[in-house]
Design a protein around this ligand. Structure first.
Ligand code: ATP
Length: 239
């Protein structure tokens, strides 16, 4: 039986007067990958921001492993095990790869084990080891995405919120990064909530998916069912 790591009920989010999320319910099962699909402007990025209370005003209940986190600060939410890989990746371009990874460990109270954690990141992303002393701003787009995921892993998350990891990357690079995300999910038992424009990629990786339209969930279910759904096939899978 699967239990829910994350339970979201009635989540609303707004930027000043602009209401974006209209009361959303969503679950992420422990150990699984859940995808959040939707057109441009549907509110996918805003959902991830709302879950970690980053740059958006929110209401509603968000429970992580049985504990309410919806009135916690962004930093506390990170400390409780939610790693956010934002759109734009949030890399510090003037710092080296290694320094960016070290910053990822700042959310932990106890930083012992940082060297092992960095080894674990390099195990999944050997390219980052080769680029350890290189300035992040000079990395390729794919390497910067790897660094953003690696930095979140340094916080030892239970849940990773990934915002459009495929954005702007060549298909072969995307394939590699998605394969590594699958391994991280399975081997490290990190649950993932994945926002993706590319619905095919997302549904291939995810166990479950939600479809968002103008700030509301309009469809949800196991990925295999979503892949068979006519509306999803027409609007999001280009069939
Ligand atoms: P995309 O794939 O284009 O990023 P999305 O589904 O992630 O789409 P959001 O970025 O969450 O959508 O945006 C949802 C709505 O919120 C859009 O109408 C957008 O214009 C609005 N919005 C996003 N950020 C802000 C902001 N900082 N201030 C005001 N409105 C915003």
């Amino acid at each position: 039986m699967t239990t829910n790591l994350l339970e979201v009920r009635g989540l609303q989010a707004r930027y000043g007067p602009t209401q974006v999320l209209q009361g959303m319910d969503l679950d992420v099962a422990e150990g699984q990958v859940t995808a959040l699909l939707g057109a441009n402007g549907a509110g996918k990025t805003t959902t991830l921001r709302a879950l970690c209370r980053f740059m958006v005003q929110t209401s509603g209940s968000v429970t992580l492993a049985g504990e309410r986190i919806d009135s916690r600060s962004t930093e506390q939410i990170a400390q409780l095990g939610v790693g956010h890989v934002p759109d734009g990746r949030g890399t510090f371009m003037g710092l080296s790869t290694e320094e960016n990874l070290q910053l990822g460990a700042y959310v932990r109270h106890n930083r012992s084990g940082q060297a092992e954690d960095m080894e674990r990141v390099y195990h999944y992303f050997p390219r980052l080891r080769e680029r350890a002393r290189q300035q992040a701003g000079t990395l390729s787009g794919g390497e910067q995405q790897m660094l953003a995921i690696g930095r979140a892993l340094m916080g030892r998350p239970r849940l990773l919120l990934l915002d459009e990891p495929s954005f702007g990357l060549a298909p072969l690079v995307v394939r590699d990064i998605f394969a590594i995300m699958r391994r991280i999910n399975r081997e490290e038992k990190v649950s993932i909530l994945l926002v993706e424009q590319n619905a095919k990629l997302a549904l291939d990786l995810a166990d479950n998916a939600y479809l968002l339209e103008t700030g509301r969930v309009v469809l949800s279910g196991p990925s295999a069912e979503m892949q068979r759904n006519d509306a999803v096939r027409r609007a999001y899978l280009g069939e």
